[in-house]
Each structure stands twice: as C-alpha cells, then as structure tokens.
Design a protein around this ligand. Structure first.
Ligand SMILES: [Zn+2]
Length: 339
C-alpha cells in the first residue's frame, strides 16, 4: 500500500473489522455491480470511495431526469447528454477516486454475454430490477464460486441477503420461481430515496465483510420499511436439498433457457433484444432524421415518434417507451430500424 493509500483509507484501516490487511484485500479486489440504478449507483460510489481496486459497472439503460431523485452518481448534465448509466457512473467514479479503475459495460446482461461482461470477479452486487437477471447472476455466481449480494427496494420497503456458494442458500432455494402476479415497481409504486441507499449500504457492508474475510459471516436476511421504521432480520434457512441451482448444479438460466426475446421493462416500455447485430448509429440517424426528432451520441440514438420514444443501441437492442404492448413495440422496431 502506498503512503497516499494509507492516508486516503486511514479511517477504514483504523476500523478493526477492516484494518490494514482488509484494506489490502479491498484494493486487490474486482467487484461487479449489475444494474447501475438506485442501488447500483450507490454501491459503485461506496466501493470506489472505499478503494475497491477494480469495478465492473453493468447497465443497459441511460440516465433520465426521473432517476436523479435516488440515483446518487448522476447529475443533470448526464441526462442532457443522454449518457448510458454505466458510462456516466464510470466517469463520475474517475473523479471520486482516480486510483481505482471502473469499467463500464453498456449491455443487457444475458447468458450469452455474462462471462465476457463480468469476467473473473471476486464478488457481484445486485442492483438489478428484475428476477430474470438475478437468476442469471445466481447461476453464474454458483458456477464460478463467486459470492453475490441480493438487494431489492420499492416504495419504502427493501430486502437484502448475501449468497455465498457452499455456505448459504442461493436465490433459487429462497425463491424457486419469480414472485407471481403483478409486482409493484418503482415506476408504478414510487420509491423513497433513503430505502434504496439503505439497502445498498447493507449490501456494500456484506461485500466488505465477504471480501476482507476477517471474521465469520453469520449471514442474515434483512427487511426494512424506512417509512414505518420496522426492521426485521432472519437467519437464512438451510439450503434446499432439491435446489436445481446450488445442489443439483443445473444452470438453466446460464444456458439461456426460458428467456423472453422481448420483455416489458415495467415502466410503460418494452425492450427488444433478440436482434443482436451491430447497427451503425450514424447511418440510422441520417435515415430517421427526416421522420422525427433524433438525438444521438456514440452510445445510443433516441428517436421521438410521439407518443413513443425509441432508444436504440449500437448492438441492435432497443427500448421503446410509451407502450407495454409487445406487438406495438415490435412493429415500431420493424418500421424504423428494420426487421
Ligand atoms: Zn439453491
């Protein structure tokens, strides 16, 4: 550790749970943040400030005005520039701590790209907003023996627990299937910004404890309602001896099974990701400009066809806002981008 590192992280080194050996471990660690929204942007900032040496920041979306209420790393200029969250987060982190590296991955995490996107990491923090990605992360983490920390928050309520392969139950043990029925989302039920930062803080604390390895974990599930003040902790149950993922090691999500090629993003938007193919955005911009307002940068192109708004990425993926109807989204994609 350099004298500058010693000074920078001195308050953390003084804390007995971390100490100098723990700080050395953090500096050598590589951590992935999956989803850089309210949870992930807070996690990324906290990890960077704590000196976690290498961060992989994965997000498929761009920064919007309605994100700024709770997504701590972003500012108005990022909205104005139409920056992808992963890029905006990495830039901000380079100003917070230039001695660590943050690698942005602008992508929808899938079975096909998760290994390339995450590579060899020591730990994964969940900042995702859907079960599909969490099951994929769970399979990937188990198959590579990588710990990860689940986190979710909506309204004023949140939940977190760590998954340590071989030690704790996994996500499939606790939730064999995604919750059924219509689930509240931040877009439909709103969210208080202090619940997301609280859950993200708890996740980061688990990450530190797992990475520094100075004491036994005693993993727990924590539930908090920030509005009523109710907090509850439970011992994690035993692993499900029939669990297809952590016991039988049948990683169906990692094989890409059961994944919809088109999905609702839960906020009056549909994502089309089946047509993975490179799209030259400059050509597309020239083609679309006569048809409506176009805003483009090197990372994404936004095309406004009221009441719809299409955001198209260089890998061919698109998010169509203004509808939850998959057929409408497909037709807009076919009409303006091409089938
Ligand atoms: Zn399991």
């Amino acid at each position: 550790m350099t004298p500058a590192d010693h000074d920078r992280y001195s308050r953390q080194i003084l804390f007995p749970g971390i100490g100098e050996p723990g700080q050395e471990r953090l500096l050598r660690s590589r951590v992935a943040v999956v989803g850089c929204g309210a949870l992930g942007s807070f996690q990324a900032g906290a990890l960077a400030r704590a000196g976690v040496g290498r961060l992989v920041l994965v997000d498929r979306d761009y920064v919007e005005l309605s994100n700024l209420q709770r997504q701590w790393l972003y500012e108005e200029a990022d909205v104005e520039a139409g920056l992808p969250k992963a890029v905006a987060a990495s830039r901000r982190i380079s100003h917070i701590n230039s001695s660590i590296t943050a690698e942005p991955v602008v992508a929808d995490l899938t079975a096909a790209n998760i290994e390339d996107a995450l590579g060899k990491v020591d730990l994964i923090l969940d900042g995702a907003d859907n079960f599909e990605v969490r099951y994929l992360v769970n399979d990937f983490a188990l198959s590579t023996d990588t710990p990860w920390v689940y986190g979710a928050a909506v309204g004023s309520y949140g939940l977190t627990f760590p998954v340590v392969p071989g030690e704790t139950p996994c996500l499939k043990c606790l939730y064999p299937e995604p919750p059924s029925g219509v689930q509240p989302t931040c877009e439909t039920a709103g969210v208080v910004n202090s619940i997301t930062s609280l859950i993200a803080s708890l996740q980061v604390a688990w990450a530190f404890r797992i990475l520094v390895k100075t004491e036994p974990l005693s993993p727990r599930l924590t539930m908090v309602d920030i509005w009523t003040g109710a907090m509850r902790q439970l011992e994690l149950p035993k692993r499900d001896q029939e669990c297809p993922a952590c016991v039988k090691r049948d990683f169906r999500h990692l094989r890409g099974e059961g994944r919809a090629p088109v999905s609702s993003c839960g906020r009056n938007a549909v994502q089309i990701h089946e047509r993975a193919r490179p799209l030259p955005l400059a050509d597309l911009k020239a083609r679309l400009e006569p048809l409506g307002a176009v805003k483009a940068n090197e990372f994404a192109l936004r095309f406004f066809v009221p009441p719809y708004e299409m955001t198209i990425f260089p890998d061919g993926r698109a998010i169509i806002k203004g509808t939850e109807d998959v057929a409408v989204a497909r037709s807009l994609y076919a009409r303006y981008v091409g089938a």
